[in-house]
Design a binder for this molecule. Structure first.
Ligand SMILES: [Cu+2]
Length: 134
């Protein structure tokens, strides 16, 4: 009688273990499928890769982005600016927008990591900026 009782008591325990394993396996499957969905590279959110040229300065003056991001500069001043890689008077040759008129834009995609200085050829005494690519 005592042995029989113990056998009956074990049954729910075993079924709950099976149930637990099923939940665990199902959770594992859904987890792997969701991580698979995260694999495709999502485009960087807009707004974090914009630089304005306003009051003869770049805003923000320093911008940190991830590799592969395209930065767009917009000229908010009523006169020309340039976005030229390098330090004032010493262009690095990586990129050079040429003259950007009022309301004009220029875009450049940063495909390698590093710190990239740039300046405006017209206002090189006062107009410099930095893009940090991580
Ligand atoms: Cu300028």
């Amino acid at each position: 009688m005592k042995l029989n009782n113990e056998k009956f008591k074990r049954l729910p325990a075993i079924s709950s273990i099976i149930l637990f394993l099923l939940i665990f396996i199902t959770a594992g499957c859904s987890k792997s499928s969701s991580s698979y969905n995260n694999n495709p590279v999502t485009p960087p959110s807009s707004g974090s890769n914009q630089v304005n040229m306003q009051n003869t300065s770049y805003s923000p003056q320093s911008l940190t982005i991830s590799k592969g991001t395209t930065v767009t500069w917009t000229n908010k001043d009523p006169y020309n600016h340039t976005v030229t890689s390098g330090t004032p008077g010493h262009p690095s040759g990586l990129f050079d927008s040429g003259n950007i008129a009022a309301n004009g834009t220029y875009s450049y995609t940063f495909d390698s990591t590093g710190t990239f200085s740039y300046y405006c050829k017209i206002h090189l005494a006062s107009m410099t900026g930095t893009i940090i690519v991580k």
